[in-house]
Design a protein around this ligand. Structure first.
Ligand code: DI6
Ligand code: FE
Length: 385
C-alpha cells in the first residue's frame, strides 16, 4: 500500500526543460506533441523532487568544538559552556585566526557534502567574526563558494549572534554590528539579516535596532527565536515580516498566530534539538492549526548542530518533531525556498529553475524514513546534470 497523498506526486511523469528553466511538467500521457521529439532521458521510474534547499546553516567557520561536546557529556549545559567563554565566542576566535583560503577550503568540503545529497541551494550566515574584517571574510567565502560550485547561496548577516569578550551588548551593536552591516551591505555581501534573540545573546529591544537598520537598507530579516526560552523574539520578527523564525522550540500558540498573520516560515532545526538534548519540541500542532509554513534545515554549525546531512535533518524532523514525511520534504523544498525568499525554486512547475534531485527510490517517504543513507541518483542544477 502506498500513500502518496500530500506530495503532489505525478506517477509516470515528464518534465520538460529549456536551458535552466522548467517549461512543462505533467503526466507523460499528456505530453504536448511539440515536446515529443526533444532529446530525453528516461529515469526509469525513479522519484524526482525539486533540488533540496538547506535554508539555515553556519557552515563557514574555523576550528572545532569537539572539546565542548565532551564538556557537555560531563554535565555542563550549552549555556554554562557559553558563559565559561566556550560556545560561540570560541568559534569567533578560531574564525578570526583562520585565513580566508582555509575557511573556504573547509566550507567547500561541507558544501560538497550537501551537494552530494541533492542540495541545490543553501543559506550561509556570518556571525563568527563580530568584527568588520572577519564578518566580511565569512561573507566573501560564502559568495566565492557559490562561484566555485553548482549551488546557489543566500548570505545572511548575523552580526547580532554574540557579544565579543570585553564589550557590552549595546556598545557592540552601536560601535560594531550596525556599522559592519552597513559596510557589508555596501560591498554587496548581504542578502538578509538575522540575530540571536535569547537570554545569552540579545533582547528583543536590541534585535529591533538591528531590524530597523536592515529595513532602512531594504534587507529582509530572519531571527533565531525561542530556542532556549520564550523572550518574545517571534512576535517581533512577525512585526517586521521576517522571512523566517528559526528553532522556535519555546514558541507558543500566540506566537503561531503571529507567524500565520505575517506569513513567516517556522524553520525547524532538529539537529540542534538533538545535540543539546532539548526536551521541549516546537509547537508543530499549533503551527499546523494556524497554517504556519514549516521548513527543515541542518543549522550546520560547530556548536549546537554539527550536522552535515539535510536528509538526516528530515528524518529527525519526523522522529523528534512528528512531522509527516510529506511535511519534511516540503520543509526542505517549497517552504525552505520561501524562508530564503526564492520565488523560482522549491517546486517543480513551469517557470521554475531546473534544479532537481533524482532518487533511487519510488516512494517519497523513503527520503525521511532512512537514517544515514543517501539514495541520490543524480542532481540537476540549472538544467545541467
Ligand atoms: N543558535 C544556534 O543554534 C547556533 N547559533 C545560534 O544562535 C549555535 C552557534 C554555536 O553554538 O556556535
Ligand atoms: Fe543557527
Amino acid at each position: 500500500m502506498r500513500d502518496h497523498s500530500g506530495y503532489g506526486l505525478i506517477e509516470n511523469g515528464s518534465i520538460v526543460l529549456d536551458g535552466s528553466s522548467i517549461v512543462w511538467v505533467g503526466s507523460s500521457d499528456t505530453l504536448p506533441a511539440e515536446f515529443s521529439s526533444l532529446e530525453s532521458t528516461d529515469f526509469e521510474g525513479r522519484l524526482v523532487t525539486p533540488g533540496l534547499i538547506d535554508c539555515h546553516t553556519h557552515l563557514v567557520y574555523g576550528g572545532s568544538r569537539a572539546r565542548e561536546f565532551e564538556m557537555r557529556l560531563n554535565g555542563a549545559s550549552y549555556e554554562e559552556v557559553a558563559r565559561a567563554g566556550g560556545g560561540i565566542v570560541s568559534t569567533v576566535s578560531a574564525t578570526r585566526e583562520a585565513c580566508e583560503a582555509s575557511l573556504l577550503a573547509d566550507a567547500l568540503i561541507r558544501a560538497d557534502q550537501l551537494i552530494a545529497e541533492g542540495v541545490t541551494a543553501i543559506e550561509i550566515k556570518s556571525g563568527y567574526g563580530l568584527d568588520l574584517e572577519t564578518e566580511r571574510k565569512m561573507l566573501r567565502v560564502a559568495r566565492t563558494l557559490e562561484a566555485m560550485r553548482p549551488i546557489r547561496v543566500r548570505t545572511t548577516f548575523l552580526g547580532a549572534h554574540a557579544t565579543p569578550k570585553g564589550m557590552e551588548p549595546d556598545a557592540y551593536l552601536d560601535e560594531v554590528c550596525l556599522p559592519v552591516l552597513d559596510d557589508c551591505h555596501s560591498a554587496g555581501l548581504v542578502d538578509a539579516v538575522d540575530g540571536f534573540c535569547e537570554g545569552i545573546a540579545f533582547s528583543p529591544a536590541q534585535i529591533e535596532r538591528v531590524f530597523e537598520r536592515a529595513q532602512s537598507l531594504g534587507l529582509p530579516v530572519k531571527l533565531h527565536a525561542e530556542q532556549l526560552s520564550n523572550i518574545g523574539g517571534t512576535p517581533l520578527a512577525a512585526r517586521y515580516n521576517a522571512l523566517s523564525v528559526d528553532h522556535v522550540e519555546y514558541a507558543n500558540a500566540d506566537d503561531a498566530k503571529a507567524l500565520a498573520k505575517s506569513g513567516t516560515v517556522a524553520v525547524l532545526l532538529p539537529g540542534a534539538f538533538y545535540t543539546l538534548r532539548e526536551t521541549q519540541a516546537p509547537p508543530v500542532d499549533a503551527f499546523r492549526a494556524e497554517g504556519v509554513p514549516m521548513a527543515v534545515a541542518t543549522d550546520w554549525n560547530p556548536g549546537s548542530s554539527p550536522l552535515g546531512s539535510l536528509l538526516l535533518a528530515m528524518n529527525m524532523a519526523c522522529t523528534l518533531f512528528r512531522l509527516t514525511p510529506a511535511e519534511s520534504l516540503a520543509g526542505t523544498t517549497k517552504q525552505a525556498a520561501r524562508a530564503l525568499g526564492y520565488s523560482d525554486a522549491g517546486i517543480i512547475a513551469p517557470g521554475m529553475r531546473a534544479d532537481l534531485a533524482i532518487w533511487d527510490v519510488t516512494d517519497p517517504a523513503e527520503l525521511s524514513y532512512r537514517i544515514g543513507s543517501n539514495p541520490l541518483h543524480k542532481r540537476i542544477f540549472g538544467g545541467l546534470a
